[in-house]
Design a protein around this ligand. Sequence first.
Ligand code: IMP
Ligand code: MG
Length: 186
Amino acid sequence: MAGTMQPVYERILMDAAQIAAVVDSLAERIDRSYAACEPLLALVVLEGARRFADDLLSRMQHPVEPVFISTSSYHGGTHSAGIVKIVIPPALGKAIGGRHILLIDDIYDTGLTLSSLAEQIKQFAPASLKTCVLLEKKTPHKKPLRVDFLGFTVEDTFVVGYGLDYRNQYRDLPFIAALRKDLTTG
Ligand code: IMP
Ligand code: MG
C-alpha cells in the first residue's frame, strides 16, 4: 500500500553503535591473542559474514590475509536445512597447512556450518585454529563447538541486517533486527 511503509523487522536487537563497540573489542581481543604469531589467514564464510569481517579486519592491527569461502545451508528459508554445501578446495587446503587460521562466520545456529568447516580445516594441519562469530543463537546446537571470539548472544529468532539476509534481502540494514514473522515462510 502506497504511503504505509511498515518496517520489515519486529524490533532492533543491536543498533549500529552497539555493533561497532563489539566489533572494536573483538578486534582488540584477537590482536592480543595473536601478538607473537605469524600473519593470520582469515577464512570468511560468505555471504553473511562479509560485512562483519570487513569491519573486524580493518580494525585489527595484526596482519591478516583474508580468504572468502561460500556456503549455504538455508536455501532461502529461515530454518537450517541441515545441508552444508561446502568443501574446502585443495588449493586453499595447501595454503592452510602450517598457518594460524581464524574462521569467521556471522551466526552460530545449528553449528553444522562451522563444525564442518573446522573439521576440514584441521585435516590440512594448520598451526592453530580459532573461531570468531558475531552472533550465537540461544538454541540447542546440533553440533556444539567452541567459539573463541563471540560478539553477541541472541534469542532463537530469525535476524537480518549488518550483512545478514533473508532471501538475499535486508543485508544493508545498519543494525541487527528480528525479522517480522509474517514475512517468512518457514
Ligand atoms: P548453522 O545453522 O550454525 O550451520 O548456520 C548456518 C548459516 O545460516 C549461518 O552462517 C548464517 O549465514 C545462516 N543463518 C542462521 N541463522 C540466521 C538468521 O537468523 N539470519 C540470517 N542468516 C542466518
Ligand atoms: Mg553464513
